[in-house]
Structures are given as structure tokens and as C-alpha cells.
Design a protein around this ligand. Structure first.
Ligand code: AMP
Ligand code: GLY
Length: 425
């Protein structure tokens, strides 16, 4: 079968790498892709907001499955437009993608179907939002309702911080995404990310991963899209996985189907493991980046068959098996990220790093300039390794990082520290 993958990040490179290994694959195309993806797929220079062009390409290239990587095209209804044209697509419809596209929508779903999450209210003006924050007291969490590239959430330690965040949202700091604000109870505990494949009715649990959102070592500094990840995340015991399925994932699928928006694709639950058990912080409707990189390194089964089964409503026939080894991904970013950074700086010695045992280097913001790979974004490379423990995967990944010659790049040096501390106990 011919497949079209949509996206150009490290997540999509990891997906392309894994899809390319499928025995049932004909030709893999990717729009728009990047130089790393181009090693696995034929990259198509296409505007991915132009749904008509994508539909026309699918007909011409006899595409049997479109895999949508990022959230924005899902929220904008790419899957709906493909389905209307009779083209099977992996990912939720716009109605189902509201689980990520509107935090208020998800909170209302939780309230209606008894899914554990923090207390909350939705607001469309600052005075009422502030009054509720005052009533709840600090710490308190302020969220822009819509998609804000991971930047729309403020965990306010004081009421003044909360008021400032509320004002920022309504003054347009996040554009349309902040026209509505959710004020939410602060949940205390350890965070974990949990992933499922869904086919509208059934959920197949995948595995767990842990992201590192802060830019600096020791989880300090500004929030980013993610500076590294590892899988599995030891905080999610089998018992917690079962409770998450019973109390959060399955009620969500049932609720979405009941509301006429059955969910198909990857459901990524951001969880807080509180004293009461798992509570939902938020949903994403796609794989995490860089969580996908570590998951694809550990997946033993054919991702393409799994995605096809999810799209066809046949997930109950499938299982997903994982390598016992841990995987760990270190993100190399351009100096200055998540603030402003330079583009076009040369990255050397990638081949030597990629040749290390059990190491894969996934490209995110890279471009080709003649025979050189150059930086072309904030997060640029995802250096990913397997190891018998998280500690060994960490060592192997940093050995590869240290071989890469890129003066303008930086990374955190402590990816996996929580799990490594547990392993050393
Ligand atoms: P997000 O960008 O939506 O993933 O949220 C960013 C981060 O804010 C999460 O990873 C949590 O660390 C934190 N956060 C969001 N909601 C809450 C909450 N209700 N309680 C505590 N922390 C939260
Ligand atoms: N790494 C966080 C995310 O993909 O949302």
C-alpha cells in the first residue's frame, strides 16, 4: 500500500523510519518532510493547509492511507476532507480533535462522563475569571482554550501571577486561542504521558513515556515543545495503566461516540498521578514529539498495520509488543531556543553518530544546503538510543550527541534523570 505522511518534525521522521520497515508498504510519500525523512520517503513540496491539493495528490499517487502527524491539520479537518473524498486517513476528525483543540471541551467531557480531573470553570472575560481564581486560591492553573503551540498554560504560584496570565490571554497573547480561558485546580503529583491507539470504539494501550519540557538541566528555564524523552516511564505501573484505561480512556471513547464524534487515531493523555490516582491534565490527539521517537525505537510490531487497523475499526484484532530495552531521546536545539535563534548553521559528523550501535538520529528542523545539513528550526535533531536500562540508553545517546559537530547547537545533559535515579536506588 502507498502511504502519505503529513508533517516535517522529529515525530514524523520517527514515523517514516518505522513505516518504511513495514512489509506491506508500497511507496512512502511525505509532505513536506525534511532531509532526514527524505532518506525514508519521497518528499513532496506541498502546502499542507491546502486540503484540495492533498486530495488530488492522493488520487494521483494511489494512496491507501494518509497518516497525519501534527495536531493543526487534524483540528483544521484534514481527515474529514480526506474521508469525504473516499481516502482512508489515520487520525481524528475535526470534531474528535477538539479533545486537543479546546481545553474547555475536554473539561466538559470529563465533567459529563465522570473522568477524574481538576475542578475548573470556563470564562470569556477577565473579571469573572479572576473572581474564580481568587475563590480557588493559589497555586492555580490558567489555560488558553485553543491551540497555542504548548505555550498557553500558566501554572501560577501566586494570585498576582494568575491575574497577569488571565489578562495576557484576554489581551491576545495567544490570539484566538485565548479568547476563552479555563481556570483549573492545581494538581499535585508526578506527571506521566500515556498513549493509546483508538478505532472509534476500542483503545489499544501503547506504552508510556516521559517528556522533559523545560529548556534547562534540572527542569529549569522556559517551557519548550520537549527537550528529550524516555520510554518506558517507571511511574506508570501496570495497576496505574489499568486504572487509566478504566477511569479515563474508555469513558472518553464511550463519551465521544455517544456525542457523535467517535475518536480514531492516537490519544495521548497527559496525566498527573495524584494521591487519589491518575487524573487527566490534558489530551493530545497525536503522538508526542519527542515521545514518538522513543516509542518507535521500542515498538516490535508493524506500525502501519496498527494504524490501518485503527482506521478500519479493527483494533481488537491487534496487539502491540515492545522491546524490553529502554529508549531515550536527546533533543539538540539551536542556541536561543525557545526564544529567537539562527538558521543555516552547518551540522557535521552526523553519519558517524548515526553509525553507533542502537542509535538513530531523527531530523526535525533541518534543511539541506548542497551536500551539507544545516539547522532550519528551533528543535533540530532527536538523538535516540536503546539501552538495557534508561541509564545505558542515556550513555549511548550522549555518546552520539558528543560526536555531532554543531557549534550553534545545545542540549540538556540530564535527560532521563528521574528514571536513572530510580534505577540507582
Ligand atoms: P501543557 O502545555 O498543556 O502540556 O501544560 C503544560 C504543563 O502545565 C503540564 O505538563 C503540567 O506540568 C502543567 N499543568 C497543566 N495543568 C495542570 C494542573 N491542573 N495542575 C498542575 N499542573 C498542570
Ligand atoms: N512533547 C510534548 C508534545 O508533543 O505535546
Amino acid at each position: 500500500m502507498n502511504v502519505l505522511l503529513i508533517g516535517s518534525g522529529g515525530r514524523e521522521h520517527a514515523l517514516a523510519w518505522k513505516i518504511a520497515a513495514s512489509p506491506v508498504l508500497g511507496t512512502l510519500y511525505c509532505a513536506p518532510g525534511n532531509p532526514g525523512i527524505a532518506e525514508e520517503a519521497t518528499c513532496i513540496d506541498m502546502d499542507i493547509t491546502d486540503h484540495k491539493a492533498i486530495v488530488a495528490f492522493c488520487a494521483e499517487a494511489e494512496i491507501s492511507l494518509v497518516v497525519v502527524g501534527p495536531e493543526a491539520p487534524l483540528v483544521e479537518g484534514l481527515v474529514d476532507d480526506l474521508q469525504a473524498a473516499g481516502i482512508p486517513a489515520f487520525g481524528p476528525t475535526a470534531a474528535a480533535a477538539q479533545l486537543e483543540g479546546s481545553k474547555g471541551f475536554t473539561k466538559d467531557l470529563c465533567a459529563r462522563f465522570n473522568i477524574p480531573t481538576g475542578a475548573y470553570m470556563r470564562f470569556n472575560n477577565a473579571p469573572k475569571a479572576k473572581a474564580y481564581a481568587r475563590e480557588m486560591g493559589a497555586p492555580i492553573v490558567i489555560k488558553a482554550d485553543g491551540l497555542a503551540a504548548g505555550k498557553g498554560v500558566t501554572v501560577a504560584r501566586t494570585l498576582n501571577e494568575a491575574f497577569a496570565a488571565i489578562e495576557d490571554c484576554f489581551e491576545g497573547a495567544f490570539g484566538e486561542a485565548g479568547a476563552e480561558v479555563v481556570v483549573e485546580e492545581f494538581l499535585e503529583g508526578e506527571e506521566a504521558s500515556f498513549f493509546c491507539l483508538c478505532d472509534g470504539t476500542n483503545a489499544l494501550p501503547l506504552t508510556t513515556a516521559q517528556d522533559h519540557k523545560c529548556v534547562g538541566d534540572g527542569d529549569t528555564g522556559a517551557n519548550t515543545g520537549g527537550m528529550g524523552a524516555y520510554s518506558p516511564a517507571p511511574v506508570m505501573t501496570d495497576e496505574l495503566v489499568q486504572r487509566t484505561m478504566d477511569e479515563i480512556i474508555n469513558p472518553t471513547l464511550k463519551g465521544m461516540a455517544e456525542m457523535g464524534a467517535p475518536f480514531t487515531g492516537v490519544l495521548y493523555a497527559g496525566l498527573m498521578i495524584t494521591r487519589k490516582g491518575p487524573e487527566l491534565i490534558e489530551y493530545n490527539v497525536r503522538f508526542g514529539d519527542p515521545e514518538c521517537q522513543v516509542m518507535m525505537m521500542r515498538l516490535k510490531d508493524d506500525i502501519l498495520m496498527l494504524m490501518k487497523a485503527a482506521t478500519d475499526g479493527l483494533l481488537w484484532t491487534m496487539s502491540a509488543r515492545w522491546r524490553d530495552e529502554a529508549a531515550l531521546c536527546v533533543v539538540m536545539a539551536a542556541k536561543g531556543y525557545p526564544g529567537s535563534y539562527r538558521k543555516g548553521t552547518v551540522i557535521d559528523n552526523l553519519e558517524a553518530a548515526n553509525a553507533l550501535h542502537d542509535v538513530e538520529i531523527f531530523h526535525a528542523g533541518t534543511a539541506r544546503n548542497g551536500d551539507k545539513i544545516v539547522a532550519n528550526g528551533g528543535r533540530v535533531l532527536g538523538v535516540t538510543a536503546l539501552g538495557t536500562t534508561v541509564g545505558q540508553a542515556h550513555q549511548q545517546a550522549y555518546m552520539a550527541v558528543d560526536l555531532i559537530d554543531w557549534d550553534d547547537g545545545f542540549c540538556r545533559r540530564d535527560i532521563g534523570w528521574r528514571a536513572i535515579k530510580r534505577e540507582e536506588q
